[in-house]
Design a protein around this ligand. Sequence first.
Ligand code: TRP
Length: 362
Amino acid sequence: MSTTVTTTTDSTAASFAVSAARSAQLEAQIAERPADFRVLTGDRPTGALHLGHYFGTLANRVRLQRAGVDVFVVIPDYQVITDRDSVGQLSRNVDELLLDYLAAGIDPDTATVFTHSAVPALNQLMLPFLSLVTAAELRRNPTVKAEAEATGERAMSGLLLTYPVHQAADILFCHGNLVPVGRDQLPHVETARLIARRFNERYAGGEVVFAEPDALLTGASVLLGIDGAKMSKSRGNAIELRSTEDETAALIRRAKTDAHRTITYDPVGRPEVASLLLTASMCTGADPVDVADSIGDRGAGALKVLVTEAVNEYFRPLRRRRSDLAGDPGYLRAVLARGNARANEIADDTLGHVRRVMDMTY
Ligand code: TRP
């Protein structure tokens, strides 16, 4: 048992190092030839996005879009039911996500935002793709394992076990070649690469129907929630993009800190204080050490006031756009309809190609 664990950890660390080096190369290529790249990424519609999402992935998508990369954003509504029994307020959550995207700068005239369930051909790719992985490979996927553990006693559903394959379909249907991910999602990109490779070998006689996508590691540090645990939608510890300025102030006032009066930037020894400093740093562009020095021995209270002002100031334009857009639900529907139409066109093409090489055109 312990050998298995060690092997997994070693190979994970090795693949992380490889991906980190590769990501640096990719960034250079993106700067030179942005039009060669199509990004595919997304967020499960289980609630509104928070600052951790924004600085971790959303701002990066907007950056890539502005650099001239073709950005696809999947709102994976089918993925909501991988680990829970009900869909929740699905269409409302989709709208909230869409508001976050648009307010953050995702431009529906250049980017494509779509929902899983509205793109049948994407979902049909699941069938040939499922034939390309073994049950043992699926059970070994570290992210699936971690998610199964996080849901505790709940028995693993077939959808949770196979969702990396579904995710491969998200990436491959539109020939996405760049997948911005955090470290924990690297195994999914590996699965997509494996499926692309095996598809080409087994069903397409070596023709490259699917190129292997690359992971683009996002380097941003993880922000902690106000309780000191990782900021998360489900924990109720997050500062959401849509929070008002007063809500933001109240949340930050409640944030966990520590007993030392003098503020220092020490991510290992003082993770909660460091996370607050990092939040201010991300909003203002100042170095977290300088932020700490500017507070000195004025304590956590002064730090919280500074962080609140930094967050509210940085997000003021985004929040204004968001509330303007929220007043126009017809516009949101139209953006999604346009994205879904575009995704369907591409998915139909791709599935057509798949069926041709598989001798399934009748
Ligand atoms: N699993 C991702 C999340 O929960 C969302 C997602 C679905 C995704 N399909 C994807 C991410 C394909 C990257 C590529 O946030």
